[in-house]
Design a protein around this ligand. Structure first.
Ligand SMILES: [Zn+2]
Length: 97
């Protein structure tokens, strides 16, 4: 599956980016289908569920179940952590060697 990453460069000065770096090691793939990948991210207290949808418009491709994302509809530290974990190849996506 082709992953469209969120534009991380624009977020590098952001507090949530710093927070995300601390979460990278807690990222896991729950399951993936042809059009969807579900990740879990161990946060400070709770595990959050981050989802990627290939066929949704850019602003809806990455979603999270945390309050920050749900209430403000902004990219949260969990979504950034998943993006970073994939880029750094810390998690393996199906179909990749
Ligand atoms: Zn989140």
């Amino acid at each position: 599956m082709e992953i469209e990453f969120i534009p991380l460069d624009a977020l590098k000065e952001d507090k949530i980016y710093i927070k995300a770096i601390g979460l990278i090691r807690g990222v896991k793939v729950d399951y993936s289908t042809a059009k969807h990948i579900s990740f879990s991210v161990q946060g400070d207290e709770n595990v959050h569920n981050v989802m990627y949808f290939t066929e949704k418009p850019a602003s809806k491709k990455w979603q999270c179940d945390c309050k920050w994302y749900t209430l403000q509809n902004k990219t949260c530290s969990h979504i950034i952590a998943v993006n970073l974990a994939i880029k750094k190849k810390l998690i393996k996506l199906e179909g990749e060697d």
